[in-house]
Design a protein around this ligand. Structure first.
Ligand code: 13P
Length: 331
């Protein structure tokens, strides 16, 4: 394993003022997004939409890397270049989602485990040959009456750690994503407790599987009130409690933490990240973003199936805002 090379990639992804565009929606998810603007989810439309994002002039000032879906990493852009080359030419690092989704976990009603370990070594090797430099695997943790169970946390952490070890063996930087969902009436205390438990289970398993933390990135949720909680924590509280939770759970050897947006509105996701980076300057890791919806909601709507210029303009605005939030300079 080339630890220096893994660390170089991870550090480049979280270089100052930059973060990740998560454009790795699976086919059912991108269909849902396209349905919301009344556009058919054809291969052609998916290609044109994603190519619009990737060819936004100057966006590499704020976007260091892009997570792709299997279809996209094999696709040619409308100009005939492989999508991976479109990204590298524009100064962005291509990454790939390698998990196969969250499936029902046996003996745990309503909880899931993320699958995709079988054949993963070979798939990673192929993705490296196609140009990928980093990978993503998302575990899903629900909060509800009596859940998450220890079984769910341990099983997902184990799968994340086995994925991370295989990635590092093939030269891919693993992004480990244990997402605690924000859906539900729970309060911020509950989110903090579950997030801390999930992170501690994860770092225990990463250690067991001999994963080199210097060559990884963490993609967590923020510590936030449940969507149906009557008492919503404000921006400062979310920032302060998220940072406190991470300090208790994430080793200092990890180069960067790139948050998911998880259904927060794009403005709120930016404000939370900005507040964390404004009020703290003694952190061992960079705090940045790996947003899907919070970066794409505006450009998706502006594009509406054909308006490329408006789409690019909206994407640039969101990318710039989040780039500034990484530096605590968003106004
Ligand atoms: P959201 O920012 O929309 O949560 O997506 C990020 C992601 O990649 C989830 O796996």
């Amino acid at each position: 394993m080339n630890v220096d090379s893994l660390n170089d990639i991870a550090s480049a992804i979280v270089s100052p003022g930059k973060g990740i565009l998560a454009a790795d929606e699976s086919s059912p998810t991108i269909k849902k997004r396209f349905d919301s603007i009344g556009v058919d989810s054809t291969e052609e439309n998916r290609k044109n939409y994603r190519n619009m994002l990737f060819t936004t002039e100057g966006v590499n000032k704020y976007i260091s890397g892009v997570i792709l879906f299997d279809e996209t990493i094999r696709q040619q852009s409308p100009s005939g270049l492989p999508m991976v080359e479109v990204l590298t030419k524009a100064g962005m690092i291509p990454g790939i989602k390698v998990d196969k989704g969250a499936k029902a976990l046996a003996n745990a009603s309503s909880e899931t485990v993320t699958e995709g370990l079988d054949g993963l070594r070979e798939r990673c090797q192929e993705y490296v040959s196609l140009g990928a430099k980093f990978a993503k695997w998302r575990a899903v943790i629900k909060i509800g009456p009596n859940i998450p169970s220890d079984l769910c946390l341990a099983t997902n952490a184990h799968a994340l750690a086995r994925y991370a070890a295989l990635c590092q063996e093939t030269g891919l930087v693993p992004i480990v994503e244990p997402e605690v969902l924000m859906d539900g009436p729970h309060d911020i205390d509950q989110c903090e407790l579950v997030t801390e438990n999930a992170l501690k289970a994860l770092y225990h398993e990463l250690h067991q599987q001999r994963v080199v933390l210097e060559g990884t990135l963490l993609k967590p949720n923020m510590v936030i009130s449940g969507t149906e909680c009557p008492q919503q924590a404000n921006v400062e509280e979310v920032a302060q409690r998220t940072v406190a939770c991470l300090k208790r759970s994430v080793p200092a050897a990890v180069p960067g933490i790139v948050f998911l947006s998880g259904g927060q509105s794009d403005d709120v996701a930016t404000l939370h990240l900005n507040s964390m980076n404004t009020n703290t300057n003694d952190l061992p890791w960079k705090l940045s973003f790996s947003y899907g919806r919070a970066l794409q909601a505006a450009p998706l709507k502006a594009w509406a199936g054909s308006n490329i210029e408006k789409g690019k303009e909206a994407f640039m605005m969101r990318a710039k805002a989040n780039g500034e939030a990484c530096l605590g300079k968003f106004k």
